[in-house]
Design a protein around this ligand. Structure first.
Ligand code: BG6
Length: 490
């Protein structure tokens, strides 16, 4: 029965995860060290940090949600400290639980699962000539297991990470050498998995380059970061072109962090500030989705304190011919902005009309519909919502069962807004992969207690627990939504 909240035939329903938050097995199967491996756990009050040793033996712990901070010298040695907990090492151990987890996902009716491949599991230093066979075998097993349930893989080639060697040796994406390393890695994935995987994402939240991003660049100054982003654009475009050759029927996107952004007032100065700040995100989507640098690029660079970046003559053609097939994005919240707030002021001033999660993220379902429309109006390519969800504090009973009505309410509202964008506004949307089907480690805080899943995992902030998986109340609810193709949202 078709209802106002029905979804298109073949709509892709699923969940999304990232290797270093979910997989574990950090020293198994020949995996090399990853930038994320040296990141400790933390909390909102006590942020995550890296543990590094200076040449004089002194240990430093620079704060960073990704990699090294500004003041860290080039010749540091990353170290593990016995009194610290590093969440990526075990995460929630998908490495040994993948069969159980995929079955649980299939039990909700998922027909797609978005996961990221760990780069250093395939090329431990990023520089080997031949891939690590044990790493390929792990993902081969995962994909074959999914296929048993008729589930499509949606593969993120690079989710905010780099083999540690590439970070230290080349200063991450600051070097064009990393472009070659990435393309070799992506080519390997296409050759091994391209026969079974149609949907690919070159990068996760590539626009997060501004404040905390996935560039692996030690210096946080604007020019270095935007130069690194350019190198990532070129790597992505080359990879899309290669994918079109090597993967029959393949479709290639990239993922952008697209919290919605509203002007705080209708004062013209606030409106104009909003236009400029929103371009901090459009910059990335425009280059990768339209294939050229937008008219406002120079103005944007100038506001970050520099005049230009280096663009090789051949790069323009590569960007033009390696445009994305679809635009994927994450949506968790909206923010507001006004003149004087600074650029990429996540959080900004509080929106008086919205409630917040325990981590202070405003809950705004209509913002999702707004965002879907905004992206499609601008780029005119199909969109794909590849992350959306609520980080909440769950209270499990003695059996690990959680009555998470707040999560059901969140998804009820967001899925309804998505249905309206599809059915009323006619935005072409390929699918929806929520974050994250099974509880995993938080990216920003390294906590476990910030839980997203429809399935509870018995593990605490220090990695203690049995890792037992238990479906929450929301598990049955989402199953019903999917099996009724949205009718249950009415
Ligand atoms: C996105 C990332 O930014 O948000 C995920 O792609 C992340 O890796 C998710 O987990 C939610 O953020 P957090 O900090 O609550 O885990």
């Amino acid at each position: 029965m078709k209802t106002a909240k029905s979804f298109p035939t073949n709509f892709l329903w699923g969940g999304a995860t990232a290797d270093f938050q979910y997989e574990g097995g950090f020293n198994e199967g020949g995996r090399g060290l990853l930038s994320r491996d040296f990141e400790t756990n933390g909390s909102q009050a006590n942020p995550r940090h890296h543990t590094l040793k200076l040449p004089n033996g002194k240990v430093i712990t620079p704060r960073s949600s990704f990699i090294l901070a500004d003041d860290v010298p080039a010749d540091v040695e990353p170290v593990f400290l016995a009194d610290q907990y590093y969440p990526s090492h075990q995460a929630v151990d998908f490495y040994h639980h993948y069969k159980e987890d995929i079955k649980l996902m299939a039990g909700m009716g998922f027909n797609i699962f978005r996961f990221s491949i760990c780069w250093s599991r395939i090329f431990p230093t990023g520089e080997e000539n031949e891939p690590n066979q044990a790493g390929l075998k792990f993902y081969d097993d995962v994909i074959n297991e999914m296929k048993k349930y008729g589930m499509e893989p949606l593969i993120t080639i690079c989710h905010d990470e780099l083999p540690m060697n590439l970070v230290l040796k080349y200063n991450g994406w600051a070097s064009r050498k990393v472009i070659d390393a990435y393309v070799k890695y992506a080519k390997t994935l296409f050759e091994y998995f391209g026969d079974r995987c149609r949907y690919w994402l070159t990068f996760n939240e590539i626009n997060a380059v501004r404040g905390f991003g996935p560039t692996g660049v030690r210096k946080a100054d604007g020019q270095a970061r935007y130069q690194a982003a350019h190198n990532m654009f070129v790597a992505s475009a080359k990879t899309v072109k290669l994918g079109h050759k090597l993967v029959p029927g393949g479709s290639f996107g990239a993922m952008f962090a697209m919290s919605e952004l509203y002007p705080a007032t209708c004062k013209p100065e606030d409106m104009f500030h909003h236009l400029q700040e929103r371009r901090e995100n459009w910059y990335f989507i425009d280059v990768m989705g339209r294939g050229y640098y937008p008219n406002y690029a120079e103005e944007l660079w100038q506001r970050h304190g520099f005049e230009k970046i280096t663009i090789d003559p051949a790069d323009k053609e590569i960007l033009k011919t390696g445009q994305l097939d679809y635009i994927a994005f994450s949506y968790y919240r909206s923010n507001i902005t006004k003149k004087g707030d600074g650029w990429f002021n996540v959080g900004g001033s509080a929106n008086p009309y919205l409630d917040k999660t325990p981590w202070g993220w405003p809950v705004d379902p209509l913002g999702l519909r707004y965002c879907m429309n905004e992206i499609y109006d601008r780029i005119q390519k199909p969109i794909f919502i590849v992350e959306n969800g609520i980080g909440a504090i769950d209270q499990a009973d003695e059996n690990g069962y959680v009555e998470d009505d707040y999560r059901i309410e969140y998804f009820q509202q967001h899925l309804s807004a998505m249905a309206d964008a599809i059915n009323i506004d006619h935005v072409p949307c390929l699918g929806y992969t929520m974050w994250a089907p099974i509880d995993l480690v938080s990216l920003s805080t390294g906590e476990m207690k910030k839980r997203y899943g429809f399935v509870y995992v018995d593990m605490d902030d220090e990695g203690h627990g049995s890792l037992t998986r238990t479906p929450k109340k929301s598990y049955q609810w989402i199953k019903h939504v999917i099996e009724t193709n949205g009718a249950a949202l009415e």
